[in-house]
Design a protein around this ligand. Structure first.
Ligand code: COI
Length: 354
């Protein structure tokens, strides 16, 4: 059990007056910090007013990117009860990523205690408006002042909180997606299946290109053959083909999304055949030509369920079904959001009361 020293702010910030769009634009009053030093382990867990970090310019994170992050949300029922969604799964994924990047792991119980204590302190920032949530951003950075390449001997663990709304849009309108056929995001054996910043830095050039052409996000293909669908910039991807739900298998270069897993579980419980397998972009195109591409949607903590209306691939715009949000996307969005904020029965015990 951590002994967390809490210092509260004397100057609380005003809370957003109305609905918030997107994620990560504004931050709450407090943050959690904990240091790691080789030989001592994790120490000095503390909550302090949200403020700038002070690090030497030689801190290893700035040079060799030994860093990682997580994403989770807290939600509020209209009656004021607050919940976390599958926080233990989030703790497991944090430690899987940490293991891959030689970052010291955080005992699950300590991680959960840190999150719970911080979110409870700033719980007034969780709005119970429809589609509102509090995005939780834990991250770990290498802080040793040293320019040699190696594992840092010191780290900082930080958790910040950001009131958020729907990531992409107001009311489940569809996204247009650019299928990237030249650049790649990740290779098997690399770190594409971890939440580390480098994966996102590597995706920016393609994202900029896509956005300049009017597309919201990039759909990545595999790095070897440029055929197999992997994931979208900030979400996993699903296809509904002739009644079957298909999502790319976790081959090592795809993020094992907790929303992805929840969506597969929900779809199976509703009787849909669900397949985690390799799927080529040609199979998606053929399905569209044959009229069996019924729905495409992305899933993620920030993205929730984001329906896709158009794919730009091989120089053409491919419209998914009639281009509008499909009934399964809508049902998944309503069910998942309802479970998360406590307005829909939680048959899988995913919700954890704050
Ligand atoms: C999340 O959904 O938690 C993510 O990490 C996506 C991020 C790029 C906002």
């Amino acid at each position: 059990m951590l002994e967390i020293k809490v210092t509260t702010t004397d100057t609380p910030k005003p809370k957003p007056a109305g609905p918030v769009q997107g994620v990560g634009q504004i931050f709450t009053d407090h943050m959690f910090l904990m240091d790691y030093t080789r030989g001592t382990g994790w120490h000095d867990p503390r909550i302090v007013p949200y403020c700038n970090l002070s690090l030497p310019p030689s801190a290893m994170v700035f040079h060799y990117a030994q860093e990682m992050f997580e994403g989770m949300k807290a939600y509020k029922h209209p009656n004021g009860t607050a919940y976390l969604f599958r926080p233990e799964e989030n703790a497991k994924r944090l430690n899987r990523t940490a293991g891959r990047l030689c970052i010291p792991q955080i005992p699950e119980a300590d991680y959960l205690q840190a999150i719970r204590t911080l979110v409870t302190l700033d719980a007034d920032w969780i709005s119970c408006e429809p589609n509102a949530s509090l995005y939780i951003r834990p991250f770990l950075i290498a802080t040793e002042p040293n320019l040699s390449i190696g594992v840092s001997t010191s780290f900082l663990f930080v958790v910040i909180l950001s009131p958020s709304g729907l990531f992409y849009m107001d009311d489940l309108t569809t996204l247009d997606i650019w299928v990237e056929e030249k650049q790649v995001r990740a290779v098997c054996g690399g770190v594409g299946d971890t939440k580390t910043g480098g994966n996102y830095a590597a995706s920016l050039a393609a994202q900029e290109k896509a956005q300049s052409k009017g597309y919201a996000q990039v759909l990545w293909l595999d790095a070897i053959e440029h055929r197999y669908v992997e994931e979208v910039g900030s979400m996993n991807i699903f296809f509904k083909l002739d009644g079957t739900i298909i999502t790319p298998a976790l081959t090592g270069s795809i993020l094992p999304g907790i929303t992805r897993d929840s969506v597969m579980t929900l779809c199976r419980s509703w009787g849909y055949p669900v397949e985690e397998r390799l799927i080529t972009i040609d199979e998606v195109l053929a399905a569209q030509k044959n009229g069996i591409l019924e729905e495409v949607f992305g899933t993620g903590t920030a993205a929730v369920i984001s329906p896709v209306g158009k794919l730009h691939v091989q120089g053409e715009d491919i419209i998914v079904a009639d281009g509008n949000t499909g009934p399964l996307s809508k049902k998944l969005f309503d069910t998942l959001s309802g479970i998360q904020r406590g307005t829909v029965e939680d048959t899988f015990n995913w919700r954890v009361k704050l």
